[in-house]
Write a protein that binds this ligand. Structure first.
Ligand SMILES: Cc1cc2nc3c(=O)[nH]c(=O)nc-3n(C[C@H](O)[C@H](O)[C@H](O)COP(=O)(O)O)c2cc1C
Ligand code: SF4
Length: 438
């Protein structure tokens, strides 16, 4: 295990995670002792438009994967339209490898609740929802408890802190489908329909929940709002890089000594994160990794010094995504890892559009053939051709994301595929998995 050098430890910037290790961090008493609800008191004295401007000035970008500027999104909500406005928090967190929102809601649920109240006030919403995935029972329990505590203390409900502002907050548990993390599928699911993406335009900003103006934001995005209100836009921008401001929770998993969440200024590198996480496990050398979950193209050992911000990762040919860095070693097989991810996408495809529904079905079968030692050279062309027909031709981002590990593993690790096809690597799957594969 490597001990991080002081200059690397200094890269840690605990803002969203700063209360996680406090005793009973999830209780309102602890939260209030540690700055909790001070930002709300300040925000309720400000004009909602000034809050939107503050978030714009901070440069905060969505933490749900796409990095859309949050203040801009809030500014799209038409004002004075006479319609109800809604804030919907996306707490579905279903991307393989991603594990920043559930720990946040488990350890510090009031940070999210306070963010919800401020954001709702800014966009003039009197009703907000937190859509949490069904399996996350423990986090949902903590969250519901926090919401009740906030009601009891007058932070939610009618006339919040005697400001004249009313907000009702509902925690809604989904049934556990990855597609319900896609914001329009989430809205359909919340309305009681089967979770499938909606055609856009119109966008949720004008026609969201119940066809009304709606902001959908990730848990980490909303939990960033109270610290920005308290610390100011310049303080927030003092962390991170020019276009990717602030701290970010990087979730490290895989072949490392200390997996977990490491909150650092955006732009930290994997080399630094690995140092913080105690290095690779003994006997393992880094071979490939995802910078932001399974939907982001794989990177290799040569990318250790890529700045992990939106621009840096894009320049390296991948996507920052949800900053879920899954670390694989020279003892892991990129072909098999890609197959397992594809099984996931095939299973989670909602079936609405042909490229994703059929393409993932076929790619899983091609992978089984290769991994069972019966692949052909032509299969590699078939995979690339199928990806070409899914990427950019699917109805939503799930289809695009499914292709990421296929194309990137073929780019960096084609030899691993050839080793299966040409018989140098022993088959990993038995022929039984090939039933219906041809
Ligand atoms: C298949 C799929 C799954 C998604 N899952 C999530 C999720 O679990 N949580 C999330 O915040 N965003 C998820 N997103 C992104 C959302 O559609 C949306 O961009 C995000 O919630 C916007 O919030 P932000 O601007 O705060 O990042 C997903 C997108 C796709 C295509
Ligand atoms: S890309 Fe996949 S998940 Fe998205 S709409 Fe099409 S079938 Fe459904």
């Amino acid at each position: 295990m490597t001990t991080p050098r002081p200059e690397t430890v200094a890269k840690l910037t605990p803002v969203l995670t700063k209360r996680w290790l406090s005793p009973d961090a999830w209780r309102i008493g602890t939260y209030e002792q540690l700055d909790g609800y001070a930002a709300l008191r300040k925000a309720l004295k400000a004009h909602p438009d000034d809050l939107i401007q503050l978030i714009k000035d901070s440069g905060l970008r969505g933490r749900g994967g796409a990095g859309f500027p949050t203040g801009l999104k809030w500014g799209f909500i038409p004002q004075g339209d006479g319609k109800p406005h809604y804030l919907v928090v996306n707490a579905d967190e279903g991307e393989p490898g991603t594990c920043k929102d559930l720990p946040l809601m488990t350890h510090d649920p009031h940070a999210l609740v306070e963010g919800v109240i401020i954001a709702s006030y800014a966009i003039r919403a009197n009703r907000a929802y937190i859509y949490i995935r069904g399996e996350a029972v423990h986090a949902a329990r903590r969250l519901r408890n926090a919401v009740q505590e906030a009601y009891d203390e007058g932070y939610l409900g009618r006339n919040i802190l005697r400001s004249g502002y009313d907000l009702e907050l509902v925690v809604h548990s989904g049934a556990g489908a990855y597609i319900c993390g896609e914001e329009t599928a989430l809205l359909d699911s919340l309305e009681g329909f089967r979770g499938q993406p909606r055609l856009r335009p119109p966008f949720p900003a004008t026609h969201g929940l119940y066809a009304s103006p709606t902001v959908v934001n990730n848990v980490g995005t909303i939990a960033s709002v109270p610290p920005i209100v308290l610390g100011g836009a310049d303080w927030w921008k003092s962390m991170g890089t020019e276009k990717s401001s602030g701290p970010m929770i990087y979730s490290l998993s895989g072949r490392i000594v200390n997996p977990g969440q490491y909150e650092c200024s955006m732009g930290v590198t994997l080399r630094e994160l690995l140092e913080l996480a105690g290095g690779m496990q003994p006997g393992h050398n880094l071979r490939f990794w995802t910078p932001g979950g399974s939907s982001t193209p794989l990177l290799a050992a040569e990318h250790l010094d890529v700045p992990l911000d939106f621009e840096g990762v894009a320049a390296a040919g991948s996507i920052l995504g949800t900053t879920a860095t899954q670390i694989f070693s020279d003892q892991d097989c990129p072909v098999y890892a890609t197959y397992r991810w594809l099984e996931f996408y095939h299973h989670e495809s909602c079936g609405k559009c042909t490229p994703c529904r059929e393409g993932n079905y076929w790619m899983v079968r091609v992978y089984r053939r290769i991994l069972a030692g019966q692949g052909t050279h032509e299969d590699l062309d078939t995979l690339l051709d199928t990806c070409d027909n899914i990427l950019g031709r699917s109805f939503c981002g799930l289809g695009d994301g499914a292709t990421s590990s296929v194309t990137s593993s073929l780019k960096y690790f084609k030899q691993d595929y050839l080793d299966y096809i040409e018989g140098r690597t022993a088959p990993k799957l038995s022929e039984k998995t090939l039933v219906g594969a041809h």
